[in-house]
Ligand binder design. Structure first.
Ligand code: HEC
Length: 118
């Protein structure tokens, strides 16, 4: 009887432990959302100008954004959306950022910051 209980207890503990490890981390949830938003042609259309993973710009003048720091990317995108960054070629970016919430911009920053810079 004791051993049955301890085996059951052990199984339950194992189950709980596995489900904790199997749960996706908040960081990976943000990464997946960011990837989905970045690749979605219907909203910001990011890849049309910045290319796959942010590092294949369609014009030499367009910046490479993959692998930049997460906070930097986040701040730039918020500033474009809030019309606080109005330098150089800002117009397409001001338009592109309008449909995104703070959380969505955060998610795209997480995704882009984890791409290889080259
Ligand atoms: C029509 C082309 C175009 C589209 C679409 C576009 N971008 Fe941009 N992006 C640019 C250009 C051009 C710049 C540089 C603007 C400037 O001089 O400030 C830029 C700048 C940026 C920067 C700042 C880079 C830096 O080094 O400061 C980020 C971050 C960025 N884009 C992310 C995105 C994301 C994410 C999307 C999709 C939601 C997107 N862009 C859609 C053309 C585009």
């Amino acid at each position: 009887m004791n051993s049955t209980w301890s085996i059951t207890g052990f199984a339950i503990t194992l189950l709980c432990a596995t489900s904790v490890f199997a749960a996706p981390s908040p960081q990976s949830v943000q990464y997946s959302l960011g990837e989905e938003l970045y690749l979605n042609p219907g909203r910001g259309g990011c890849t049309q100008c910045h290319g796959k993973a942010g590092n294949f710009p369609v014009m030499p003048l367009y910046p490479k954004i993959g692998g930049q720091s997460e906070l930097y990317l986040y701040n730039q995108m918020i500033d474009y959306r809030e019309k606080r960054r109005q330098n150089g070629l800002y117009v397409p970016m001001e338009v592109a950022m309008q449909p995104f919430s703070d959380e969505e911009i955060k998610a795209m920053s997480v995704y882009l910051a984890q791409q290889n810079a080259f």
